[in-house]
Structure formats: C-alpha cells, structure tokens
Write a protein that binds this ligand. Structure first.
Ligand code: SF4
Length: 231
C-alpha cells in the first residue's frame, strides 16, 4: 500500500492499538462454532440425500458413475459461488507472491507529501491475507471473517497508527500493501498528478461493500503477480 514508503514505528510496537479483548475472542469462537455446527449438520443431510439418490439411480441403470462425477463437478462450482456470496468461505490469497521477494514490484510513492489530502485511505481497503502472513502471525485478521485484514471501527487497518497513519508493521506488511498503486485507483484519486482527490473518500461507508468484494482486491492483484519460484 502506498504508506509502505513511510517510516514505521519500532517493531516491538507492532500491535499498538490492536489489542484483542475477551469480547473479540468470544465473538471469534462463537462465530467459528456456529459456522462449524451449521456446516456439519448441512453436510450430513446433503451427503445422506445425495448418496441415497445416486445409489438408487445407479442401481436402476438410469445413470452411470462417470456421468455422475461430471455433473458433480459442475454442481460443486455452482455451490462454491453461492457459499462465497453468503460469506461462508475462508478468504485466503492463494496466489500471493513471497512478499520479501517482490523486488522492483514494490510501489514507491511519496505518501508523506499527500497525506493531508488522501488521509491514507488506502489503508481502509479490504483484502485477504496470504498463507505467509498467517503463518508469520504478525499481520492481524478479522476473527469473524478469516483471513481478511483486521480493521479498527473507524475503517482503518489495525496496523495503521491512529495519529499519523504510519504502518506499524512496515517490514512485515502484506504483499498487497507493497504492490498496491493508488495512482490508478479512481476511488481515491480523480487526478493523481494534479492532486485532485475523489471526494467520496469522505463518505462513511468508503470503500463500499461492493468494491470491497471486487474492485479493491482485483486492483491489488493486478499489480502483484506471483513470483516465479526459481528455487
Ligand atoms: S498492513 Fe495495514 S497499515 Fe500497513 S500498509 Fe497494509 S493496510 Fe496499511
């Protein structure tokens, strides 16, 4: 993200302002158990029904096994889409590159000179973390929406310093933060070169849930292509 060019606070202060309360943990476990219980119940019902139907159809010679497998794959794709829309899937950036090997794909922008105008709203964008981020256990994610970057109630990332919007985990920030280029994001800049901001950034629901799901992530992915594994 553009703030990646700003100096960071000391590493041992990385969780400043991002303390997990008992209520946070309760919400997380409650959400996880609720999801898990509902999923198990539905899974059992669906499995019993589908096995029964399949066995009947095969036994009566109406369908073959291959035909059944092919149709099952089609239905799986369709179901996955509806699960995603219902927020029942785990969001993980599977194609994320190694964030420490981005080289010249790290975007360099003079954020400091524009902070008064843009208010660092790029750190309000929503995106899923990578397996590397999760395993590192530094970048925090929403406990009730794994593994999406965790936010303060004001919409900013919990790793954005409340006073000056500096990134408090600068050296470990996600790949998307390193490769994000606000200059091409019209939700933020109407005209980057002439410092004309999009007034919509002042709206309380910016970025809209619609753009959270689509545009912001795509924009980030566009910039940060997976790194070839050269061994
Ligand atoms: S980790 Fe958070 S504060 Fe740091 S650059 Fe990314 S979005 Fe901004």
């Amino acid at each position: 993200m553009s703030l990646s060019t700003l100096p960071s606070k000391p590493e041992n202060d990385s969780r400043n302002g991002a303390h997990l309360s008992d209520a946070d943990l309760f919400d997380a476990f409650y959400s996880a158990y609720r999801r898990s219980g509902a999923s198990t119940h539905k899974l059992f019902e669906a499995a019993a029904s589908s096995y029964a139907v399949a066995e009947l159809l095969i036994a009566r010679g109406i369908i073959g096994l291959e035909e059944l497998d092919e149709r099952r794959r089609m239905v799986e794709e369709r179901l996955m889409q509806s699960f995603e829309q219902a927020g029942l899937t785990i969001e993980l950036e599977h194609s994320a590159p190694d964030k420490y090997k981005l080289g010249d794909r790290v975007v360099e922008i003079d954020c400091q000179s524009r902070l008064e105008i843009c208010k660092a709203v790029c750190c309000k964008l929503v995106f899923p973390l990578s397996r590397q981020d999760i395993e590192e256990r530094v970048v925090q994610w929403e406990l009730t929406r794994p593994y999406v970057i965790r936010k303060h109630t004001n919409g900013y990332c919990v790793h954005s310093d409340n006073e000056n919007h500096l990134c408090t985990i600068y050296t470990q920030r996600p790949a998307v933060c390193r490769g994000y280029d606000c200059r091409r994001d019209t939700r933020i800049w109407k005209d980057f070169d002439n410092c004309i901001i999009n007034p919509d950034i002042e709206l309380p629901d910016w970025p809209s849930p619609q753009s959270e799901k689509g545009d912001s992530m795509k924009l980030v992915k566009e910039k940060v292509e997976p790194v070839e594994d050269t061994g």
